[in-house]
Write a protein that binds this ligand. Structure first.
Ligand code: CDP
Ligand code: CDP
Length: 225
């Protein structure tokens, strides 16, 4: 609806964007939109088609068959391309390895930015938490709440590693670093744009980070004059 408050959250991989945004949405009864899932789903489709992810023209052509669905209810997270449930598949390392090449194609970005705006506008809730890399700057620069969620590289690596087995953890750390480097050449998500509030979660646990974000949202709604 027209009154839906957009909470825009950007940050590097492992800063806690997805898990924190989902928890904030749940706590406030807001919708939740994971924009990285769309870049991942398109990367999945490109791999499925056997297209070279470095071939920008072929990637742009794949957009024609990109029938994308993502649930915006934080309690029912599901991602589909056409009839296929890709919720799990888009987290595979092969997708993580291909996604940055797809995300740097300008036609892909403009297509997905429009898609995100229309999904967010269709959310039937008092608010929607939209998270990614360029939400505060490109997708929703006029959002009333804009947050850059950061954490030291060490903390981010440790969090990602904690989710994996020892052998996978080392590879994942290297992959994450490489992906952040590639992504930050396209979108600046390491420095807060003007008017964006930085929440540094390095020293915060998960619950404290959720509270910090909820506090920023509350402060925006009843500003101290
Ligand atoms: O969760 P994680 O931080 O691993 O990544 P993600 O949020 O799922 O995003 C996957 C990839 O999509 C990123 O590495 C970027 O290449 C791209 N992305 C983007 O370019 N712009 C966004 N707003 C969100 C993601
Ligand atoms: O979406 P993004 O890549 O930014 O991060 P995530 O996948 O939401 O978070 C990575 C991991 O860090 C998750 O397992 C979170 O539970 C954890 N986390 C944490 O340990 N402490 C925080 N303050 C925030 C997140």
């Amino acid at each position: 609806s027209a009154q839906t408050i957009v909470v825009a959250i950007d940050g590097p991989a492992g800063s806690g964007k997805s898990s924190v945004s989902k928890a904030v949405a749940r706590a406030l009864g807001y919708g939740y939109l994971d924009t990285g899932a769309a870049y991942r789903a398109l990367a999945w489709l490109v791999l499925e088609k056997g297209v070279d992810s470095e071939d920008a023209d072929a990637v742009i052509a794949a957009l024609d068959d990109f029938d994308y669905f993502i649930a915006t209810n934080p309690d029912e997270y599901v991602v589909r391309v056409g009839e296929t449930d890709v919720t799990e598949a888009i987290r595979e390392p092969r997708v993580s390895a291909a996604v940055s090449a797809i995300a740097r194609v300008p036609a892909v970005r403009s297509h997905l930015v429009e898609l995100f705006r229309s999904i967010a506008a269709g959310v039937d809730a008092p608010g929607v938490v939209v998270e990614g890399r360029d939400i505060t700057t490109v997708v929703a620069p006029d959002a009333p709440v804009r947050i850059l969620l950061t954490a030291s590289e060490e903390a981010r690596m440790a969090r990602r590693s904690a989710e994996l087995q020892d052998d996978a953890a080392a590879t994942a750390g290297a992959e994450l670093k490489k992906r952040d480097q590639a992504d930050s050449r396209v979108v600046d998500f390491l420095n807060a744009a003007e008017g964006v509030t930085t929440v540094d979660s390095t020293e915060l646990n998960f619950a404290e980070t959720v509270d910090a974000v909820i506090t920023v949202i509350a402060d925006t709604q009843s500003p101290v004059s």
